[in-house]
Design a binder for this molecule. Structure first.
Ligand SMILES: NC(=O)c1ccc[n+]([C@@H]2O[C@H](COP(=O)([O-])OP(=O)(O)OC[C@H]3O[C@@H](n4cnc5c(N)ncnc54)[C@H](O)[C@@H]3O)[C@@H](O)[C@H]2O)c1
Ligand SMILES: O=C(O)C[C@H](O)C(=O)O
Length: 233
């Protein structure tokens, strides 16, 4: 099946999911869309549930965030604030520029991910591509998409949304764009967010370099194309 066909077949499924939520769900329902293409499916479900607050619809990029942290060759549990921007697809942009590592290079010290890794060329090349293509790689190896790691990421996503993020830390969630960072309003785009008491806020004002800008625009462009294919507008 071509990507365009997949988009329109899945659009129908997520229209139905949105309509069911509209008809039967609590108005405070919290939605984390995992089924691919996750961001655009989320957009479709959201549009089919007009009486539910838009901010209650999110799509999962936490698996990508977890994958990015695992690839950085420093202790994974101590890596914070790595960002996934954009689509849960091979155009996503895993951005380490604002990340830090606790207890590195020794206990009680904090180092930027950039200096801990200390290999810009690797970050912009091998690392970027590895994270972007990991989903496809798993499907090729298993003949099925990732299961346990995706379920675990969904738990991470919902836990942080409901219970909150720690002070000074953020996580990545695909949420309706409020126009931040020049991302077209309304696209379901992965941003860094902080969470508290069941609400999330996009982290604003991070400096964006030229390389990042290009990657963030490319993944936004893909989401606009998906929206057009799925919704015909
Ligand atoms: N966002 C992510 O990080 C991420 C990670 C892993 C998988 N995925 C995606 O999650 C989805 C599920 O993956 P899986 O491996 O569990 O697939 P799967 O084939 O095991 O499960 C798909 C499920 O969808 C159900 N289904 C099929 N048609 C339906 C319809 N019309 N309405 C309602 N339900 C329907 C099937 O009965 C089945 O239970 C896929 O789209 C996959 O690409 C996303
Ligand atoms: O099911 C897929 O397309 C891959 C999945 O989204 C993943 O990232 O593992």
């Amino acid at each position: 099946m071509e990507r365009g066909d997949l988009l329109s077949v899945n659009a129908k499924i997520f229209e139905g999911q949105g309509q069911a939520i509209e008809a039967h769900a609590d108005r405070n329902v919290k939605v984390c869309v995992v089924g691919n293409p996750a961001n655009t499916n989320c957009l479709i479900a959201m549009q089919n549930a007009p009486s539910i607050p838009k901010e209650n619809f999110t799509a999962m990029t936490r698996l990508d965030q977890n994958r990015a942290a695992e690839r950085l060759k420093v202790p994974v549990a101590d890596i914070k604030n790595v960002i996934i921007w954009g689509n849960h697809s091979s155009t996503q942009y895993p951005d380490i520029n604002h990340g830090f590592v606790e207890n590195f290079p020794s206990k009680h010290l904090r180092t930027t991910v950039k200096s801990a890794v200390n290999d810009d060329e690797w970050v912009k090349g091998v690392f970027l591509k590895k994270v972007q293509d990991r989903g496809a790689e798993i499907i090729q190896a298993r003949g099925l998409s990732s299961a346990a790691s995706a379920a675990n990421a969904c738990l991470d996503h919902v836990r942080d949304w409901i219970l909150g993020t720690k002070p000074g830390e953020w996580v990545s969630m695909a949420v309706p764009s409020d126009g931040s960072y020049g991302v077209p309003r309304g696209l379901i785009y992965s941003f860094p967010v902080t969470c508290s008491a069941g609400n999330y806020r996009i982290v604003h004002g991070l400096p964006i370099d030229k390389f990042s800008r290009e990657k963030m625009d490319a993944t936004a462009k893909e989401l606009l194309q998906e929206k057009e294919l799925a919704l015909g507008k």
